[in-house]
Structures are given as structure tokens and as C-alpha cells.
Design a protein. Structure first.
Length: 393
């Protein structure tokens, strides 16, 4: 579930090349369950047509201040009256200058001035416009006025230059708007999460690994950050993008993961061990590629350290959450692991079903017993898990 579900948003579009990305953003917001009213500046209509935005939002788009179709004749007040937030994407340099001055010479700027809800601004412009001291002054003033600035991103720009100023991608903006509406249940908490599979190298090109995708741990990291926590993610092998607002430390072998966790564990309030850490590693890692000289090959393995058990037994241990992926006797094995490692909370899931999937079906085990959650997307499982953790804290 998205926290923007059933929220009323005004999506304000101003005149910039990135207006084309507003169509995709609108589609994602509507798909996530938001009720979106689009308002465009006259300049925005030079870049993308209101027809597109009307089709995607299912509502007429407003552009003119002098619009008689609004029943009380006051669109500048009526359109934002029910809004939970106004999102400007893209926000032109010109429009931000207007916001700073409190000008109200078109419908969108008047709506922003007359609003009684948060304003989220996603700047989009060329590198020079962004770096101009006037724009930087305006950004600082907008922040001081309590306006949230989303981005901008850096990279290749429509003008051919490379640098800071381009609008964040629609997916990233959706995540930030969702974070804005997420209850801050973990504000002030520090959370360390491990995620993904470990790689135990046999030789320079071969490794022992497992099928963990990292999706569950990354989802937990994203939701924990959205809930206001300071999140550090120790990540094994995965190709996933780092969630917004999360500090990632790459650690691919079990030993590297152990070192990364142990050197960051002090002052953490919560430790959530989601990574599928190899129980064993090869005794020796060959420096050259192993040749196929014999018909059989034996590889001697040695036990890796149990990161979670060690963290849980620290003198000032954080609140520890374990994940137990089992292929059989799930609750029995997971419950026994919880007790053996003295964890307040264990998440039990069937290994075969969850690995790599976008959904998960888990049971939370704590001292009060088993709390089965319905099968759901991993982001939703993460939300329910962290709500449970916040409740236990
Ligand atoms: C082709 C073209 C592209 C433009 N792209 C941007 C842009 O990406 N960002 C920006 O701040 N201004 C851009 N501008 C300038 C704005 O469109 C101009 O400042 C306009 O007055 C903004 O109006 P508005 O803020 O009312 O929407 C562009 C202008 C043109 C002609």
C-alpha cells in the first residue's frame, strides 16, 4: 500500500522540458491511488497538452484564473481546499522566483499562495540556471519558508550539458511523495539492515551464492527511511538501486558483511538481519582459475560467523529482528532460532516462495506468539513489519 492512497493532490506543471515526465508521474500517482487535480501554467501547455493530463487524471485540467466552470468562481481557493499537498513537477526557475516573492499572477501561483497544505517542489532546469546565484538564493528561501525541495538530479540534460538541475525521475518523485505522507513512527531511530545474497569466492571468477534478490531488505530500508529513521543498509550482491535517503555499504562476502555490521553497530537502535548470509565459505580461495583436471572436485568449507547471534549477544544490543527462510517446518524452526539467538522478533518465510519474488508471505514471531501477515508486496510487508517493531519499541 502507498501512503498516498486516497490523498488529494494538486499536481502543478510549469514550463520546462521535463513537463513530459509529469505525464508518467501523474500515471504513477493515480496508479498508487491518489486523487490528482492537474493545474498547468500557460508555458507548461507549450511543452505538453492538457489533453494528455486530462486523460491520465480523468479530470479537466485547470489553467486559467478566470474559469467560470468552478461553481463559486474562485478556482484559486477551491482547487486546493481539499488538497493534502501541492506538488510542483517540474518547477521552473521562473516559477520558483515567483513563489519566493509571493506573486500570484496566474492560477497556479495563486493556488500556491492561497494554500493551506504542504508544498513539494521538484525543480527542473539547465545546469547554468540551477547554479545561478539567483536560483540558489530562491531555493534557500523556499526551504526557509518550509517548502520541501525534491531533487534536482544530476546527469545528461535536454540542452546536451551534464550536471545538476534535471528533474528527478517519476519513480523517485513517487517515492518521495509517498515518504512525505508516511507516519514518522521511527523518527530519531537509527536502523542497520543487511540485505541480499553473499558471494563466497572460490577463485577469481567463481563464487558460491544463493537466490536472495535483496528486495525484502531494500524494501525495509526504504520504508524505515520514510518512517523517519536514519538507515544504514549493508548490502550483499544485488543489482537494486539504493533507496532514497539510505546510506549503503557494499559488503559481498559473509566476512565483509560481518566487518561492516560490527563497525557500524554501536549507537544503532534497531538491527534487522535480512541478508541471506552463507553459512560456509571455502577454506581457501584459489588465486588462479580452478582447472578441470580431474573428474571430481572437492571443496572444503568452513563455518562463517553468525552475525545476528553476535549482535544480539552484545552488551548493549540493539532491538534485533531476524529473518528465517526455511523450506519445511517453518514456524517450528523459526521459533527455535528466535529463542536460541534470544531475539525479540523473528520473521519466518518459506524460502522457495519468497526468493526473488516481489511478494512475500511471512509470519512474525515474538514472545506473544505468531502473527501471520497476508501475502503482499514486499513494500507492504516491510510497512507492517516496521509498524510491529515500532509498537514493540
Ligand atoms: C524550449 C524551452 C525549454 C525550457 N526549459 C526550461 C526548463 O527546463 N526549466 C526552466 O526553469 N525554464 C525553462 N524554460 C523557460 C521557461 O519556459 C520560462 O521561464 C517560462 O516563463 C516559465 O513559465 P512558468 O514558470 O509560468 O511555467 C524553457 C524555455 C524554452 C523555450
Amino acid at each position: 500500500m502507498h501512503f498516498i492512497q486516497n490523498k488529494h493532490l494538486v499536481l502543478g506543471i510549469t514550463g520546462g522540458i521535463a513537463a513530459y515526465k509529469a505525464a508518467e508521474l501523474l500515471r504513477l500517482l493515480v496508479k498508487a491511488g491518489a486523487d490528482v487535480q492537474v493545474v498547468m501554467t500557460a508555458a507548461a501547455c507549450q511543452f505538453i497538452t492538457p489533453v494528455t493530463m486530462q486523460a491520465l487524471s480523468g479530470k479537466p485540467v485547470f489553467i486559467e484564473m478566470w474559469d467560470s466552470s468552478i461553481s463559486n468562481g474562485m478556482p484559486h481557493i477551491e482547487l486546493s481546499r481539499r488538497a493534502d499537498a501541492i506538488l510542483l513537477a517540474p518547477a521552473s526557475a521562473d516559477f520558483m522566483a515567483k513563489l519566493v516573492q509571493g506573486r500570484a499572477d496566474d492560477l497556479l501561483s495563486t493556488l500556491c499562495l492561497a494554500r493551506d497544505c504542504p508544498l513539494l517542489v521538484a525543480p527542473a532546469m539547465n545546469k547554468q540556471m540551477w547554479e545561478n546565484p539567483a536560483t540558489q538564493r530562491n531555493i534557500n528561501q523556499l526551504k526557509a519558508d518550509g517548502i520541501s525541495i525534491l531533487g534536482p538530479d544530476s546527469g545528461e540534460q535536454a540542452c546536451g550539458e551534464i550536471g545538476l538541475g534535471r528533474m528527478l525521475e517519476a519513480e523517485a518523485l513517487l517515492a518521495l511523495v509517498n515518504a512525505h505522507f508516511t507516519p514518522k513512527l521511527l523518527a530519531g531511530k537509527r536502523v542497520l539492515i543487511t540485505a541480499g545474497a553473499t558471494l563466497e569466492m572460490l577463485d577469481p571468477v567463481r563464487a558460491m551464492t544463493n537466490l536472495s534478490s535483496g528486495k525484502m531488505g531494500y524494501a525495509i530500508a526504504q520504508v524505515a527511511a520514510d518512517m523517519g529513521a536514519e538507515v544504514t543498509l549493508v548490502s550483499g550482491a544485488t543489482t537494486l538501486n539504493t533507496p532514497i535517503g539510505v546510506t549503503k555499504i557494499k559488503a559481498e562476502s559473509a566476512n565483509a558483511m560481518y566487518d561492516a555490521v560490527m563497525s557500524n553497530i554501536i549507537q544503532q537502535d534497531i538491527f534487522i538481519a535480512v541478508a541471506a548470509v552463507a553459512d560456509y565459505r571455502p577454506v581457501t580461495q584459489q588465486s588462479e582459475k580452478i582447472k578441470k583436471n580431474s573428474s571430481t572436485l572437492s571443496i572444503e568449507l568452513t563455518r562463517n560467523k553468525d552475525i545476528l547471534a553476535e549482535v544480539a549477544s552484545l552488551p548493549n544490543a540493539p532491538f534485533c529482528v531476524g529473518f528465517a527462510a526455511e523450506t519445511e517446518n517453518l514456524l517450528e524452526y523459526a521459533g527455535a532460532k528466535r529463542k536460541a539467538k534470544k531475539l525479540p522478533l523473528m520473521v519466518a518465510n518459506l524460502a522457495g516462495e519468497a526468493l526473488g519474488s516481489d511478494e512475500n508471505n511471512v509470519t512474525l514471531l515474538d514472545e506473544n506468539g505468531a502473527h501471520p501477515l497476508e501475502r503482499a508486496p514486499k513494500i507492504e510487508v516491510a510497512r507492517l513489519l516496521l509498524q510491529h517493531v515500532a509498537g514493540m519499541l
